[in-house]
Each structure stands twice: as C-alpha cells, then as structure tokens.
Ligand binder design. Structure first.
Ligand SMILES: [Zn+2]
Length: 438
C-alpha cells in the first residue's frame, strides 16, 4: 500500500560488501577506543527465545566486543557503565519498508506541491522518531529527488540522528502506474521520476538510480492503493521487464523490492527473482508456491490498515481501494505465513505516523497467528538477512554493530512492550536512556 511517489539476497557477497560500506558508522558517532559496559537484567536471544539473566555487553567503539555474566565482567579504568536494571535487552529492531521523507497527509494539493526540501526536512524529523522507537536499521523504499540518499549520508556522517539506512531513490514503475504521478492532467506533462517502460528504459533507470546512490531497487509490480486511476490487482511491469530489472540490479550488487498487491504481479515478480514482495495483499496459492520455490521474502504491511480504518482521512479515489484491499489482505497474508513463506517486517511508515512501527508486531501475533518469537525474528534475523547485513545487525553477537535496545518486560510475553522502548544505542552511541531522548 505504498504511497504515490514522485520519485520503492542476491546471494552474492558483493551485496553485503556494498551495503556495509554504505551505512558504516563513522568516527563522529563514537570516540576511538571507548568502551561501554551495558549491565542487563536479561538478554533475549532472538534466535532461540532463551533469556539469560545478569549479563553484561561490552561495547568497544561501534561494535559489540563480548557478552558474558555480569559477575565476571569488571569495568576497566575509563570504561563507561550503563546499568539497565531489570530491563530486557535485545538487538535493535529493523523495518524493511519505510518512507522517512513522507508524512501521512494525502491531500492531493499537498502531494502536487511537495518539494525535495520539504521532504528532506520530513526525513530529518522522521529518522529521529524511528530511531527513538527502537528501530536502528531501515530500508527506505521510494523517495523523490534522491533525498533519501542525502538523508542516509547525513545520518552516517553524524549530522542527523537516525537509523542505519539502505535507500532506493525513486521507485520504478510503468507510465500511469502506481509509481507514476497521476494527479495532474495531460497539459502539465507530469511524469514520476522512476517511470521507465520497456527493457531498454528499465535497464537505464536501474543504472541511473545506482549512479545517484541507491542501495537497492524498488519497483511497482502492480497497481496500488494510494495512487489515482490504477487497480491494485492489475499487474503493471511485465515478467520480461522485471527479469531485466533483476538481472541488472543483481549484477550491480543491488537487491530488488517489488510493491505487489495482485496475485499475478506477485507471481511474476517472484519468478523474475526479486528479493522481496511488499504488501502481498491478494497473494494466492500459486504465488505462495513461487515465493517458496525462489526464497522470496514477503513484507506484509498490515498495521497501516488498522490505523487507516481508525484515523485515516483519504480522498475518495484512494479510500475505496483501501477498503477493498483491507477486506482481504490479512486473511491472504495469514495463509502465506502458515504456508511457510519467509517474512520480514515492514510497515510502510508514512501511511501512518512514523514511530509506531512496532505496532506491526502486535498484528502479526494477535491477528495473524504468529508466535511472539517468530514475530520478533521478522524484525531482527529475517530483516537483517533481507538487507544483506546479517554479519552486522539482527542479533547481539561479538563483532556486530552495537545496535541495542531495552524494554521493561520480556517481549515474548507480550510483543506490545516493544511499542515503548526505553533504551536505544546505535553503533555504540546512546540515543535514549531511561525513556529520555538524547
Ligand atoms: Zn510503501
């Protein structure tokens, strides 16, 4: 249910190498040689669900150096000690579907009068909100003017507080499709930045997005909800166009995320080799089988339906589509989950206010039947795998970035505790402590 954008593993090693260098913390985020000891009442292993009591994490610079019993971990001169009391500590959360440069305002006049400068300001505000909510890494899948590239770089340089970001730049799509700009009449000749039709044009657009800083490629495989004049169930890119996109993207070390609601588009995108299906509202048995065969991740974005039903004010030409999709999406996605499709957590934050990302977990557990541990894995281990960053994020282990959060209770007893994260460290720097933002 992506927004209308002005502008959305390959298992090869090059993806990881590129991605890691794109978001590596800089010296400005920590002072060299500094050690911090985090005293944790409990540490939750998100691989197994095991809770270990009275543990200490030793953070050196931007990374975890070691984890061991507090009783055998004495501070050395110069160490900083952070005592988190009885809190439960776990890895920073990951959201693989955000739009940090956008806000939940779907007034058509606002949409056509938005500017890159306004979106950059949105990005600075929303990056901070997302980090403070405990999300220390995100994929940003669709932004105009490559504003997301500059936001990522500003975060990496220490200028702006925000999560590690992998960014797509403008989402690619067909003329008149979900990722085009369809509000203005012909005389304005308004064309979305990511529009590309046919094999030659899509190859050019993939290369252009990478030229200007994209870490991944976002495409619109089907119609969408928050766009005028298109049908979420209709496929948009052809199988051949998506095969060309994936071939170039993977050859150049980038993954592909495909916005897909309709079953045909999901099936073709998975067959073409995209790395993730975003939304998946009308997923059917054939599409599920194709995704399982190809190991394609599904990124459901389901909390937004609940939020929109309760608080949303959409123009009429968006509203009916939201009603139609919401009527079937959860049941279909529940079926996909039960069938064993791999799931990574994404929220589409921007369709509802940023910072509410953890509400997605509540829907997974309390509406879609996922166990709390499986839900937690979608926003840690699985999301890290989809981002190609499993060596750096997703679990608390020596050598990984010190992306660490803490909550009052064990989230396996109630995942809603993750909606109130009390402590946030990213790359060894504390951003929130005792519930207070720094
Ligand atoms: Zn989206």
């Amino acid at each position: 249910m992506a927004l209308k954008f002005k502008a959305a593993l390959c298992s090869c090693v090059t993806v990881f190498v590129f991605a890691a260098s794109a978001i590596a913390p800089t010296q400005q985020e920590h002072s060299a040689g500094k050690r911090t000891l985090i005293r944790a009442g409990h540490i939750l292993d998100v691989k197994t669900g095991k809770l270990s009591n009275a543990q200490t994490i030793i953070v050196a610079d931007d990374s975890i150096q070691s984890i061991g019993p507090t009783s055998s971990t004495s501070p050395q001169p110069g160490d900083e000690v952070i005592d988190l009391g009885s809190m439960t500590v776990l890895p920073g959360l990951i959201d693989v579907h955000t739009h940090l440069t956008m806000n939940p305002d779907f007034d058509p006049f606002r949409e056509v009068t938005s500017t890159n400068a306004k979106e950059a300001i949105n990005g600075v505000v929303n990056a901070r909100k997302t980090l403070m909510a405990g999300f220390t890494s995100v994929r940003n899948v669709g932004a105009g003017g490559f504003v997301d590239v500059d936001l990522r770089d500003a975060i990496n340089s220490g200028q702006v507080a925000g999560p590690h970001m992998l960014v797509s730049g403008p989402a690619m799509g067909i003329t008149g499709g979900h990722c085009d700009d369809n509000l203005l009449p012909f005389q304005y000749h308004d064309v979305g930045e990511g529009v590309a039709d046919g094999i030659a044009q899509v190859q050019h657009k993939v290369r252009e997005n990478i030229k200007y800083g994209a870490d991944l490629i976002k495409i619109c495989a089907t119609g969408g909800v928050l766009s005028k004049g298109d049908d979420p169930q209709a496929s948009q890119y052809t199988l051949e166009e998506m095969q060309a996109i994936v071939a170039d993207a993977h050859r150049l070390g980038r993954k592909v995320a495909a916005h897909s609601h309709g079953a045909q588009g999901i099936l073709w995108a998975s067959e073409a080799g995209v790395d993730s299906i975003e939304h998946g509202s009308y997923i059917d048995d054939a599409a599920i089988a194709m995704m399982k065969k190809h190991g394609t991740y599904l990124v459901p974005t389901v909390y937004l339906e609940d939020w929109q039903i309760q608080y949303g004010h959409l123009p009429a030409f968006y509203h009916q589509k939201m009603v139609d999709v919401s009527a079937v999406a959860k049941q279909n996605i529940k079926q996909a989950i039960q069938s064993g499709v791999k799931i990574a957590l994404g929220t589409d934050a921007a369709v509802y206010p940023h910072g509410l990302n953890a509400h997605e977990l509540d829907v997974y557990v309390n509406q879609l039947g996922m166990t709390p541990l499986a839900a937690l894995q979608t926003t840690t281990i699985n999301a890290a795998d989809l981002m190609g960053l499993s060596l750096k994020i997703g679990t608390l282990e020596p050598g990984k970035w010190a992306d660490i959060i803490a909550v009052d209770k064990n989230p396996l007893d109630d995942v809603r505790v993750l909606q109130d994260v009390k402590f946030v460290m990213k790359a060894g720097v504390v951003y929130k402590q005792a519930g207070l933002e720094k």
